[in-house]
Design a protein around this ligand. Sequence first.
Ligand code: 8Y7
Length: 279
Amino acid sequence: MILHCAQFKLPLTRPHVMGIVNVTPDSFSDGGQFTHTSSAVAHALSLVAQGADILDVGGESTRPNATPVSLQEELDRVIPVIEALADQIAVPISIDTYKPAVMAAAIQAGASLVNDVRALQEEGALDVVANSDVGICLMHMQGTPQTMQANPQYIDVVQEVKAFLAERAAMCIKAGIEKPRILLDPGFGFGKTRAHNITLIQKLAELQELGFPLLVGLSRKSVLGQVTGQDVDARLHASVAAAVISVMKGAKIVRVHDVKATVEALKVVAAIADQYHEE
Ligand code: 8Y7
């Protein structure tokens, strides 16, 4: 299983770690554009040094109830960061956006993967990806970030997520996006209760039946807070446990904040999986 994202070909025979790079203005200092660009770039470089296989750059929070960001503001946040990183790192850069204009500008600036929480449902998004050679991560969400956690409901969460991802993947193939460019993601926390999230992780193998590599994002998410009682800044141990379980359940890529801890934990998983059994 090899993921094709522009010039990068990632052999997903070992688990890969996607490091999260949020580009948001520092609310405590009014240092202007340069400050948030340079601190995001510095953070991104440190994640690469910690062993990140992919960087996911995002300029608009998709957390529940987050305030939407204008197109121009999102471009101003992410494009300088991608431009600065593209010629100094050897790992693919992913752009976390649902806006086709941001996708296009990010690809132009050197992004190799599009991470879309709306699974290319925005008008024009499918065409942008189809007219490029980048990879695409299609994520499931019920509702919108503004409303999704109000009252998520499913008859069968696994079957509904699976059917949605199958339909979006088929749409991509039909538009000319080759199969090795496609990743699927159940979208933990996006219109899902604690029970929905737990069921999805338990039954991740059923999503694998679709035949595409799976990406999982559970890092610091509220389901881990519900299980441990810890605030978002104290969910490292829970997040590492979730990454380990995700990979053991078949995820090929985990999207995380804490790269060093996750990389080390997944080395242990890989070493045990690879070791020939002796008597
Ligand atoms: C996910 C994601 C977020 C995820 C993918 C957060 C942008 C919320 N979560 N993208 N983005 N999968 N593919 O807590 O689970 O990081 S934002």
